[in-house]
Design a protein around this ligand. Structure first.
Ligand SMILES: NC(=O)c1ccc[n+]([C@@H]2O[C@H](COP(=O)([O-])OP(=O)(O)OC[C@H]3O[C@@H](n4cnc5c(N)ncnc54)[C@H](O)[C@@H]3O)[C@@H](O)[C@H]2O)c1
Length: 353
């Protein structure tokens, strides 16, 4: 069977995951690559055996290739809007990294452009593809937890503690939109929405712990103008109350992610480090216990993208609409910690729609 020809835009850390997924699939092949860094483009091109004519420094040129079926976009956040918008204009299906834009205005424009020119697409909220998360969603939808009252989540990393890390794009608002919030918090906000529903209001506190870092390619230091940590209280539509703790400064934590959901009849605890099981307690049970996860919950993100392109998606992939709601909530959280007050999110979404 003919394989889908996939182009990869941005050849940094997350592109390895995209490319591994392409290479592992029987449905797709790595067709072309794009990076604005010519050295990275040349070395990855050689390593991956991509012909010179299918290596690009500008994604617009890549998108002109009539043979190309779809692309993945794994560039820094500041490039997401341009790359995705150009895909929509060119009619090329795409998988876009999170957060989908620098702000809700960009996200809204993407949503509007797709409404005019709909096409298969996915936002890479990767933790939707964890088996434990999928099973938690099933159990919640079946009503096993009863009415949900609380959701308590953490996403903690420690790499920010290293003050030798220079002023990379993740520390600059113009290139990232926000700090730990958009980087890590976007995943938790998506999990909250995937599992429980819409967030209607937020109150948050955030801060920058290391305020300056060495400039890249120049002498001296530059200001870190995004959050190193962000803590959010929120309410869901329907009344459930949640908290979310996000940090790049949590000593000892590599990629620690946990979501706890408490209802009237049961509770679930998902932890990324134990992704093959789900901790649960139902009815009169004495203790939380590990529950096995059905095989159907084991899916891969990149294979899901190819399934979507081939018309056999399971309907659980994140769309630009999900990415828009995510960005809206991020922007309202920033507004909340800036103005030190509760901010409504749902009302804004209605106004934008
Ligand atoms: N889904 C996840 O779990 C997950 C995990 C890590 C990163 N990400 C997301 O992936 C994106 C990239 O993160 P990363 O860690 O790979 O970054 P990175 O800095 O390692 O790589 C980014 C690459 O994009 C290239 N690039 C920059 N501007 C470009 C442009 N205009 N055109 C083409 N290439 C360009 C850079 O040269 C670099 O090679 C971010 O949006 C991040 O939030 C998602």
């Amino acid at each position: 069977m003919k394989k889908l020809k996939i182009g990869v835009i941005g050849l940094g850390g997350i592109a390895n995951f995209h490319m591994e997924g392409i290479q592992a699939s029987e449905d797709a092949e790595l067709w072309s690559i794009c990076d604005c860094n010519e050295e990275a483009l040349a070395s990855r091109g050689e390593q991956l055996n991509i012909p010179m004519e299918r290596r690009y420094t500008d994604h617009k040129l890549m998108l002109r290739d009539a043979e190309l079926d779809a692309v993945t976009i794994g560039t820094p956040n500041s490039n997401h809007f341009a790359a995705a918008h150009d895909c929509i204009q060119a009619g090329k299906p795409f998988a876009l990294e999170k957060p989908i834009a620098l702000n809700v205005e960009e996200a809204s424009t993407l949503r509007d452009a797709l409404a005019v020119n709909p096409m298969p697409h996915m936002v890479c909220f990767s933790y939707r593809y964890k088996a434990a998360v999928r099973y938690a969603k099933q159990l919640i939808e079946q009503g096993e937890l009863g009415i949900i009252h609380h959701v308590y989540s953490q996403y903690l990393q420690s790499w920010g503690l290293n003050e030798d890390i220079p002023l990379v794009w993740r520390f600059r608002k113009d290139l990232s939109g926000s700090g730990a919030l958009g980087d890590l918090g976007s995943h938790i906000l998506d999990l909250h929405r995937f599992l429980v529903g819409e967030t209607v209001r937020v109150f948050s506190d955030a801060g920058t712990i290391v305020k300056e870092r060495n400039l890249i390619g120049a002498e001296g230091k530059g200001a870190v103008d995004v959050d190193d940590f962000c803590h959010v209280l929120a309410r869901f539509e329907g009344g459930a109350s949640s908290s979310m703790s996000i940090s790049r400064f949590a000593y000892g934590r590599g990629n620690y992610q946990q979501v706890e959901v408490y209802g009237t009849k049961g509770a679930l605890l998902y932890n990324l480090e134990e992704e093959d099981t789900l901790q649960a307690k139902f009815g009169d049970e004495q203790q939380f216990r590990s529950i096995a996860i059905p095989a159907e919950c084991r899916v891969g993100q990149m294979q899901s993208f190819f399934d979507l392109l081939l018309g056999r998606g399971d309907g659980l992939d994140a769309t630009i609409e999900d990415g828009y709601m995510n960005q809206l909530t991020i922007d309202r959280i920033i507004q909340s910690f800036t103005e030190e007050r509760w901010i409504s999110t749902l009302q804004e979404a209605v106004n934008h729609g």
